[in-house]
Design a protein around this ligand. Structure first.
Ligand SMILES: *Cc1c(COP(=O)(O)O)cnc(C)c1O
Length: 429
């Protein structure tokens, strides 16, 4: 499988090169040259098959010759070492829980898969690999955890000061070893812009591989398609194709689901549910792509004004807007609506969601108003404990501390404050 740059000015590369580069020299995102199609029988027989086998087959189509079969198998076994349970709330609403991994956010899958790939690639070179990542909350922790002690790889995480939760900050500042955290005065978009600039800086690439672990990286983005496949596996004998409501920030998760749909996966609509950072919902209405400055919300991992992966969704539809609009609905919700949704889920179903999952639930509920016969799945992308203060005060209840979080609370946070690109550059040299 080859990957081309959406900037169209850089040569095609293998999966390995796309992963090592993160972003193409022309600043474009990499995109698979063909979308591999899997026949209806593959999807029909999904229910009875081992998930790891299915995952292996799907990912092999994207990693190609870059990763030999036994290594891919090993990487996926580690990546998929936890459950993705689908829980039915009503005949029309189910929730796919993606938070049972080591950092309790869905990004564990992409981060662990990418760490496995880079670990394998670094065995083949003497050059040090530096992974640079901007986080709006959950990416940093998942990446830190996924890459901890991977030989030959050093990780530098940028996060916006005062805009991530205490637990999120602990997850990315307390591991030490090959993980460094930089606290940036600014927003997530500031962090992302600094990371993008670093990739254009030839000096930083002289003695080291420099790559990104954001969802712009194909190795983080692509394995997310497996969530949707796992959801389908848990719907045996269903004849109605499910609608997926995806709480979206940088739009990587949603884009991976839509990619799976283009590979033949049977499903209905996709719903992009955002918080008040509504660039895409506005675009879907007006055809005018106008990012505004990011607004902090309760679902902070989605506080993204200019979502990197939306361009990939457009490419998937070859820039055919009506076609895209026939498969994608986008809506945004306020913090007040998010809190109401948390309360409703708790009161009606005894279900404790996190603010991101609540936004996904709102997206699905809104869709069901006009499509009452649909059968929907909303993605619950983080464990509520990661947004403990919000959830506990909103529901007037106490959350139990899961084992993954308990150990973090008495560790010391270690980070360096930075505010300019020059400071980042110094930190990387
Ligand atoms: C990152 C994140 C999202 C948004 O996912 P994207 O792929 O960036 O759209 C949603 N919820 C949580 C909890 C996240 O960490």
């Amino acid at each position: 499988m080859k990957y081309y740059s959406l900037g169209k000015q850089s040569p095609e590369v293998s999966f390995k090169e796309a992963t090592l580069r993160g972003i193409a020299p022309d600043r474009g995102l990499y995109f698979p040259k063909q979308i591999p199609e899997f026949p209806p029988v593959f999807w029909k027989n999904l229910g009875g098959r081992d998930f790891n086998e299915v995952a292996n087959e799907l990912m092999q189509a994207f990693t190609g010759a870059s990763i030999p079969a036994p290594q891919l198998r090993q990487i996926l076994a580690k990546t998929l070492s936890f459950e993705f349970p689908l829980r039915q709330l009503t005949a029309h609403i189910s929730v796919l829980e993606l938070f049972h991994g080591p950092t309790m956010a869905f990004k564990d899958v992409g981060a662990t898969f990418m760490a496995g790939c880079l670990g394998y690639f670094s065995e083949q070179t003497d050059r040090k690999t530096v992974v640079l990542v901007a986080t709006s909350g959950d990416t940093g922790g998942a990446v830190a955890r996924g890459f901890l002690n991977v030989p030959g790889v050093e990780v530098v995480i940028l996060y916006p000061k005062d805009k991530v939760s205490d637990i999120q900050e602990r997850q990315l500042t307390t591991l030490g070893a090959n993980i460094r955290a930089l606290r940036v005065s600014g927003t997530f978009d500031t962090c992302q812009a600094m990371v993008k600039q670093a990739f254009q800086d030839p000096v930083l690439r002289e003695n080291q591989e420099l790559t990104s672990a954001n969802s712009i990286n194909v190795a983080r983005w692509l394995p997310q398609m497996l969530y949707y496949v796992r959801a389908l596996q848990q719907l045996p004998g269903e004849t109605t194709e499910p609608v997926f409501s995806v709480p979206s920030g940088n739009f990587g998760n949603l884009c991976a689901g839509m990619l799976a749909s283009h590979m033949g996966m049977p499903c209905g609509q996709f719903i992009a549910a955002t918080n008040t950072n509504d660039t895409v919902p506005r675009f879907m209405k007006t055809l005018d792509y106008q990012p505004k400055p990011a607004i902090p919300t309760l679902s902070n991992a989605m506080d993204v004004a200019d979502p990197s992966n939306f361009i990939r969704i457009q490419e998937l539809f070859q820039q055919d807007f009506p076609n895209m609009a026939s498969e994608l609905t986008a809506t945004s919700f306020t913090d007040a609506q998010t809190l109401e949704a948390l309360q409703e889920l708790f009161a009606d179903f005894g279900y404790i969601a996190d603010p991101h999952g609540a936004v996904g639930y709102l997206g699905l509920k809104q869709y069901l108003k006009t499509h009452p016969e649909a059968r929907g799945i909303f993605l619950e992308t983080a464990h509520p404990i990661k947004f403990r203060e919000t959830v506990e005060s909103c529901l007037e209840t106490r959350l139990e501390l899961p084992e993954q979080i308990r150990g973090l609370l008495d560790r010391e946070k270690v980070f360096t404050d930075i505010s300019t690109y020059e400071e980042l550059r110094d930190a990387l040299r």
